[in-house]
Design a protein around this ligand. Structure first.
Ligand SMILES: Cc1cc2nc3c(=O)[nH]c(=O)nc-3n(C[C@H](O)[C@H](O)[C@H](O)COP(=O)(O)OP(=O)(O)OC[C@H]3O[C@@H](n4cnc5c(N)ncnc54)[C@H](O)[C@@H]3O)c2cc1C
Length: 401
């Protein structure tokens, strides 16, 4: 007899796990989460995990603020599981070109209820004496932001989903979605058998392009390799430091909680075209030439004291980029029963709790103002040539901020 499910969620990253969990909280029926390899096999396994609200688009800032609140209450909210969240504070540093943008954004964010303020550079220097601020014109601070552990969070969300009855299956790739004569979803095909279902939620992240190609659907989602350099701080700078978003040199960094390490990643969108892969299956942890050296130089520029530190690791992960760097969250009209939440670029980890909640509401047919705001992430925006653009934007960071 063919197995059945009310909803099949495909992809065991933080987004798929969060959606499955919130569906279970809504008693949405029998839910199966299928992951091709292991939980957090994709982007969620390697993310740096920064959780902040600083976005130029008000909808993203609002979603990020709601997610940040969930991270503060994570264990209480999600059955006692821990996301590894450290609210160590978050600084945004900008140069002269972006002075007014940062001021305007702080005003906008405060009007949205976000706790953020401009910070005097002398005070910032006192807070982090090791920071080189010579090229920084102005800075802002979010005291409640910080970072968490994306793999730990993904597993926590999946465990909580299991506790609530979700059947979580790893090593189970979905090879195909079969439609009935009317074009509605009928079943999914996996190597271990078929599952009859009317609803599939596509959360396959960097695999989005190939996943639904057989249905004739175009998902403009490119898999891109994202690099990380890890430096061990010298003894005289062994204390953890806050997260720093460096929009002068287009990079971000944070310290670890349990060892004197600082991690740095790239936020220069100009570099992404070099790091694109044709297919997410081509990712095997490769490092592209020059980028780790460039990141190291940026880190040493911002923290000259790290010249006496030691590089302890260089690694890469894969993330999913769309033409405007914003996700595609939608109910797909052409294939009744298909929903998607893919293409989160550098936003997916921090947003996963709120996306889980809102997409589950979309699927069960709940309407509210926030679910309505998901419309800006519709898939058709690319064909309509209505990419998401912010009224306020930084000179170089594009949709990453
Ligand atoms: C180095 C790095 C740094 C980052 N830093 C940050 C940060 O500071 N803050 C932040 O918010 N975000 C950050 N991100 C981005 C964040 O990690 C992603 O946006 C987020 O993890 C996306 O989650 P996802 O669930 O959409 O995708 P993924 O985690 O990629 O999950 C997709 C899953 O689908 C599975 N899958 C694919 N095809 C199939 C199939 N056919 N059948 C079954 N399963 C399938 C894959 O195996 C994978 O596990 C970073 C990412 C990287 C790589």
């Amino acid at each position: 007899m063919v197995e059945t499910a009310d909803i099949v969620v495909v992809g065991g990253g933080c987004i798929g796990a969060a959606i499955a969990l919130h569906l279970a909280e809504k008693n949405a029926g029998k839910i199966i989460l299928l992951e091709q390899k292991s939980l957090a096999h994709g982007a969620s396994g390697k993310g740096i995990g920064i959780i902040r609200t600083h976005y130029t688009h008000p909808v993203l800032a609002e979603l990020a603020q709601l997610s940040l609140e969930s991270y503060h209450d994570f264990a209480e909210r999600y059955g006692g599981y821990d996301a590894g969240f450290h609210p160590c504070g978050y600084y945004i540093l900008v140069g002269e070109d972006d002075r007014q943008t940062l001021k305007d954004l702080v005003k906008l964010h405060r009007s949205l209820g976000i706790e953020v303020d401009l910070v005097d550079l002398d005070r910032l220097q006192d807070a982090i004496p090791a920071l080189n601020l010579t090229d920084v014109a102005i800075a802002a601070y979010e005291p409640n932001s910080g970072y968490g552990s994306p793999p730990q969070t993904t597993i926590a969300l999946a465990r909580r989903a299991q506790d609530l009855g979700v059947d979580v299956r790893t090593d189970t790739p979905v090879r195909e979605i079969k439609l009935d004569a009317e074009g509605r979803i009928e079943r999914v095909i996996t190597p271990s058998g078929e599952i009859a279902t009317r609803t599939v939620v596509d959360c396959v992240g960097p695999w989005a392009k190939q996943f639904t190609e057989h249905l004739g659907l175009d998902f403009p989602v490119a898999p891109v390799v994202e690099h990380v350099v890890v430096v061990e701080r010298p003894q005289e700078f062994s204390q953890p430091h806050p997260v720093v978003s460096d929009l002068v040199n287009l990079c971000y960094s944070r310290s670890d909680a349990d060892q004197p390490y600082t991690r740095i990643g790239n936020s220069n969108p100009q570099l992404h075209s070099q790091f694109k892969l044709d297919n997410a299956d081509d990712f095997h942890g490769q490092l592209f030439p020059h980028i780790t050296e460039e990141l190291t130089q940026k880190l040493l520029h911002r923290y000259p004291i790290l010249k006496s530190g030691k590089i302890v690791d260089n690694y890469s992960g894969i993330w999913a980029i769309t033409p405007d760097y914003q996700p595609i969250i939608d109910r797909i009209e052409q294939v009744p029963g298909l929903y998607c939440a893919v293409g989160f670029s550098g936003h997916g980890y921090k947003l996963s709790p709120v996306i889980g909640k809102l997409v589950s509401q979309l699927i069960v047919g709940e309407t509210n103002t926030l679910v309505g705001k998901l419309k800006i992430f519709r898939r058709s925006r690319f064909a309509e040539n209505k990419l998401i653009r912010s009224q306020l934007s930084y000179s170089k960071a594009q949709g990453l901020r």
